[in-house]
Write a protein that binds this ligand. Sequence first.
Ligand code: NAD
Length: 362
Amino acid sequence: MAHKVTLIPGDGIGPEIILAAKRCVAATGVKIDWEEVVAGSDALATTGELLPQAVLDSVKKNKVALKGPIITPIGEGFRSVNVAIRQALDLYACVRPAKTYPGVKSNYKDIDLVIVRENSEDLYAGIEFEEGLDETKALIKEIENLSKKNIRSDSGISIKPISKFASKRIVKFAFEYALKHNRKKVTIVHKANIMKFTDGLFLRAGREVAQEYAGRVNFEEAIVDNMCMQLVSKPHNYDVLVLPNLYGDILSDLCAGLIGGLGIAPGANIGDGLAVFEAVHGSAPKYKGLNKVNPTAMILSAALMLDYLNEKKAALALEDAVKAVISEGTNLTYDFKANPKDPLAVGTQEMADAIIKKLNQS
Ligand code: NAD
């Protein structure tokens, strides 16, 4: 029987990489009945809304979605559609594997890490107060009274809520993920030395959860700044990393850099019984419609989706086909090349064709 899956093509380069991923999934032989819904700039043009309720309803109904990236204009009081989807569906765990494949342009070899980023709170909760507004000035006065500290009157304020509930939930998710995927260690990343009541709470909740897994999965703690240094100097020392939202976002890109760039970093946003699969990268608007960008991150996100749908054999076959094409080194997009202007670089759909050919041979 076919799996019913919501398809959100997104905008910018979204539709072209989604097409490549969809074609690769079809080549695995797994039957998917795609329900396509539109969010982002196309939805705004046709429905007047960036995130129509129909998109959320479709994911709730089908339980699984494959999503292309969606543009977020900076600093226009516009909440990211990507963040809004995660929050509306309570997709609280963002899982981003970072693996080096032989043949990628990277200073590192044999990296195999997984970032588990808390997706529902922290500075991404969207509680912000704009500089100069009366309510912001009133809030500043209130905080000064409560904290006995001065805040410059021309400040903007962002609130960082971190709860015990969400912290325990994400650390538990990281440990369960480690057990399920035969991982040996979970490292909790924080800045509890400075933010004692937010990151400190995250860390204490993590320690409590870790006790339940003692003897089954190792546990260690790292301060986020040191973690950045450790990751670029000794990435092989790490396995599963669990982080609050903002550090998770930043370290995901750092890990994408370790494995050869954003073009090959896949991801998943997972909640209780719901999952949306998407690449780490954004909509790279300058490449829109050029059939130029790397489809690998989206295709590997689709492989994670197949694994989630319990189509383990197809998921592995798809990952192996990607690996084989990368290691052959011929049918690769510009970003894999030493010189990005290399005339031998192929387009998005041509790289997908090569992956499909490998699947057909397997
Ligand atoms: P981006 O990830 O879109 O692109 C940054 C650069 O990375 C690109 O210019 C390109 O050089 C490279 N790149 C990205 N994807 C690539 C691919 N598949 N192949 C080859 N190279 C690739 O980041 P940005 O420019 O900061 O963001 C563009 C827009 O995307 C913004 O509006 C941002 O908010 C949004 N965004 C969306 C998501 C999402 O949908 N989940 C995630 C991140 C950013």
